[in-house]
Design a binder for this molecule. Structure first.
Ligand code: ASP
Length: 291
């Protein structure tokens, strides 16, 4: 089996999300797909909460844009019919909850870290049910098996507990499974937490390592690790192979291709990470492995 992760830009527009569908459907072994929120939505969720918290009524306009992005995406990618209506209803319910939370923040002008974590979780909860419907995958709630604990006021993963829960959840692996990235819950309180900005890569790596996947594919919007930032150096080119150590070093020096903690769990299991471009699926990408 393998684990595929698609970032925000891969699920950011109707055309890119349809490309995700083609990539997932072309896999002919059991696959677990991990997705980020629709591109830009996490930032918007944070922005909307901050506006509401300072009593700025135009938070409602920001929120309307969040609603619009999801509703339009469904209209564009899911054929009209019963399935589309059911999905709009499901997404509508989540958006209604979100609306109430924003209104609460606006009224009491308070935004706690706990509420903020709850709000950002909606990004992946919304995107993942859309992609699940689109790809005919079974949806699994990562909040039930990615568990964190509080250490020095940070949420860190409880690896042993999480690994056990992942193995239990995916004991009978369906052909296609769909998992929201980034989100988790506190192992004691059950409160919604997350793995930090960019954390969907990490969700995918944790799942790949727990299930001894054959590979972890990170689908993004660049061809792989490059020799330099292509926005600065126009002659930069893709590096086809890197060792885990080299990739970790590049990440620590600021390469934005993968979220740095991602490498560690798969490195321990010697599972190759393949970086691929959703917008250029035939490109070779970068393989990160032992040697
Ligand atoms: N949606 C989250 C973020 O924007 C997590 C992720 O995309 O990996 O940081």
């Amino acid at each position: 089996m393998k684990v595929l992760k698609f970032g925000g830009s891969s699920v950011g527009s109707a055309s890119s999300i349809l490309s995700v569908k083609r990539i997932v459907e072309a896999v002919n072994e059991p696959v677990i797909v991990v997705v980020s929120a629709l591109g830009g939505i996490t930032d918007k969720l944070i922005n909307t909460s901050k506006m509401a918290a300072v009593g700025d009524a135009s938070y409602e306009n920001e929120f309307r844009e969040i609603v619009y992005r999801h509703v339009e995406m469904i209209k564009e990618v899911i054929p009209a019919g019963e399935a589309q209506v059911a999905l709009q209803r499901q997404v509508g319910e989540l958006l209604n909850e979100l609306k109430d939370i924003f209104q609460g923040i606006y009224l009491i002008k308070d935004l706690s870290p706990k509420t903020s974590d709850t709000i950002v979780s909606y990004g992946e909860r919304l995107s993942s049910i859309i992609v699940a419907e689109l790809t005919g995958a079974e949806w699994f709630d990562s909040r039930t098996f990615i568990k964190t604990e509080k250490k020095h006021s940070k949420h860190v993963i409880d690896t042993d507990l999480t690994n056990r829960l992942i193995r239990e959840t995916f004991q009978n692996l369906p052909k296609r499974s769909l998992v929201p990235g980034f989100i988790s819950t506190d192992k004691v309180s059950g409160d919604v937490t997350n793995l930090g900005r960019g954390g969907s890569d990490y969700t995918a790596a944790i799942i790949a390592a727990a299930l001894n996947a054959d590979s972890l594919e990170i689908w993004t919007d660049v061809d792989g690790f490059m020799t330099a930032d292509p926005r600065v150096i126009s002659t930069a080119y893709t590096i086809s192979e890197l060792s885990y150590v080299e990739a970790t070093e590049l990440c620590n020096f600021g390469a934005k291709v993968v979220y740095p903690p991602t490498i560690y769990p798969v490195y321990h299991k010697n599972i190759p990470i393949i970086i691929k471009n959703t917008f250029n699926p035939d490109g070779v990408g970068t393989v990160i492995k032992q040697e």
